[in-house]
Design a protein around this ligand. Structure first.
Ligand code: NDP
Length: 502
């Protein structure tokens, strides 16, 4: 904490305070505190209301301000103003977090890490709300509340529950790719500075001509990937539960500014229907060989929050905060997030959360939203549109290019197929080193050993389907019959679920 020059203490409304150590009471042994002591009452009443709801997910986090600088010309693909010129700089806020743990939980828990960036552009705020993994566990947002419940605490014991964790994942085979990344050492990054960020979803970019493209964001750490092993992460939970928070703050404080090289993969829309994987399925990556990374710019974090609560706790990100040149894709998981993020911010922070300095745009803005709790900034002018009193007006030039989304409306389920196991298998067999594989196996065993045997069998069959060696090593570690695992792996998911019901 830095020393400030001495100042007079006041009440919230500025009245100088004479004494902050004794409340106003009657005299003597039976002294009673008087209601007329409005300073004491204000102090206690505000204290009673200090807590706001913590985020349902991503509650524990840290963040910092910084700058994004364009390094490469991408104007052929997007008309986003903040990407319009090499050398152009945009102020930003980044927040990193774990996902499942409460606000006081340890930074080195095995979990994906949130990687959210708010760009304060001249055409409104653009939020890139991703993770440190390029994929996710599920691909339809309707499953999200259930998935998160399994990562939280058992409703009766209030303990983390390996049965719930592996029961859900083994009943949700599309999770296998993300599970493989999560249980690799990338699931316990060495602080926030040494991990990559990914938009994970497919997004739309469009250019000045109205041509659109499907893109994926990649933020590659310039500090290099550095992870903790499972045992190192466990030790750190006790030694310094705020390890990543401390590391980020201290390095920026010392003038060691972390940076990330930002690039995108770009797909022409006509290629999407024929690509090997569903372009909009967030459980899949686009191979770098098919879609090489195209450099865009560099993000540098160079300013710590002035106050954690106002700058980071109250920061509200939404994947739906787009600017002209960037928009959503028909990714089912993204579509649900577009609703859920601002919805939870309204609950957590209030209807006018976007007026808080950290969330407010830094460019001029004008709209007809009015009133609501804690409103401190709205126009005096007309509160309806259309009007003939010079209120703000829309302009068709800002329209996103149309895309065809016709078809029969129904609850269309993704079918689980062999394709859902390919990328997890590739990661295991072609990308990981021997040491990576050994750590992965040990990390999984350390967690799944607490689950019931029938659940272990069902999940191990999914590892086996991804790669025989992968499944075999897990089966051996759990003392499971490999013949039984193989039999389950060769069944359809429906049959497998029936066979492991009891
Ligand atoms: P590449 O060989 O071109 O890419 C492999 C990528 O895997 C690397 O560039 C690195 O991405 C990432 N990686 C390296 N080690 C690990 C690890 N232990 N855990 C997780 N990721 C790791 O092949 P492809 O692009 O064809 O992808 C092959 C597999 O790599 C995929 O099935 C996927 O599992 C994984 N992968 C692919 C990514 C992509 O966008 N194509 C991104 C990340 C992983 P990075 O530098 O981004 O960390």
């Amino acid at each position: 904490m830095k020393k400030d020059k001495s100042r007079t203490m006041t009440t919230n409304l500025g009245r100088p305070v004479d004494n902050d150590q004794a409340s106003i009471t009657t005299e003597g042994q039976n002294a009673m505190t008087l209601l007329s002591d409005s300073h004491t009452i204000e102090k206690l009443a505000h204290f009673d209301r200090e807590r706001i709801p913590e985020r349902v997910v991503h509650a524990k986090g840290a963040g910092a301000f910084g700058t994004f600088e364009v390094t490469n010309d991408v104007t052929a693909y997007t008309c986003a103003d903040f990407l319009s010129q090499v050398g152009k700089k945009t102020e930003l806020l980044a927040r990193f977090s774990t996902v499942g743990g409460e606000k006081g939980s340890a930074d080195t828990e095995r979990d994906p890490r949130g990687f959210a960036v708010k760009f304060y552009t001249d055409e409104g705020n653009f939020d890139m709300v991703g993770n440190n993994t390029p994929v996710f566990f599920i691909r339809d947002g309707i499953k999200f509340p259930d998935f998160i419940h399994t990562q939280k605490r058992n409703p009766q014991t209030n303990l983390k529950d390996p049965d719930a964790f592996w029961d859900f994942l083994s009943l949700t085979p599309e999770s296998i790719h993300q599970v493989t990344i999560l249980f690799s050492d990338r699931g316990t990054p060495d602080g926030f500075r040494h991990m990559n960020g990914y938009g994970s979803h497919t997004y739309m970019w469009y250019n000045k001509k109205g041509e659109h493209f499907w893109i994926k964001w990649h933020f590659k750490t310039a500090q290099g990937i550095k992870n903790l092993t499972g045992p190192q992460a466990d030790v750190m939970k006790a030694k310094d539960p705020d390890y990543a928070t401390r590391d980020l703050f201290t390095s920026i404080d010392k003038g060691e500014f972390p940076s990330w090289n930002v690039s995108v993969q770009i797909m022409k829309p006509e290629d999407a229907p024929n690509y090997t994987v569903d372009t909009f399925d967030i459980t899949k990556v686009w191979s770098h060989k098919d879609y090489p990374l195209i450099p865009v710019g560099k993000m540098t974090l160079n300013r710590n929050p002035y106050n954690y609560f106002t700058d980071i706790e109250q920061a509200a990100f939404s994947p739906g905060n787009f600017v002209p040149g960037i928009d959503a894709s028909p990714d089912k998981m993204l579509q649900v997030r577009l609703f859920s993020y601002p919805d939870t911010q309204r609950h957590r922070l209030g209807t006018n959360f976007d007026q808080l300095p950290v969330n407010a745009p830094k460019c001029p803005f004008g709209h007809y939203q009015r009133d609501g709790a804690m409103n401190f900034k709205q126009e005096a002018g007309p509160n309806y549109y259309p009007n003939s009193f010079d209120g703000p007006t829309p302009d068709k030039k800002w329209a996103t290019p149309p895309i065809d989304v016709s078809g029969m409306a129904a609850r269309h389920e993704y079918e689980v197929g062999d394709i859902d196991f390919v990328q997890a298998g590739d990661l295991y067999a072609k990308v990981m080193t021997d040491q990576d594989r050994t750590h992965l196996i040990n990390n999984i065993l350390g967690h799944i050993k607490g689950a019931q045997k029938r659940i272990q069998l069902r999940q191990t069959a999914l590892f086996y389907k991804s790669n025989k060696d992968y499944g075999t090593r897990i089966a051996e570690g759990l003392n499971l019959d490999i013949k039984e695992v193989e039999k389950l792996a060769n069944m359809s998911q429906e049959e497998r679920v029936k066979a492991t019901a009891q």
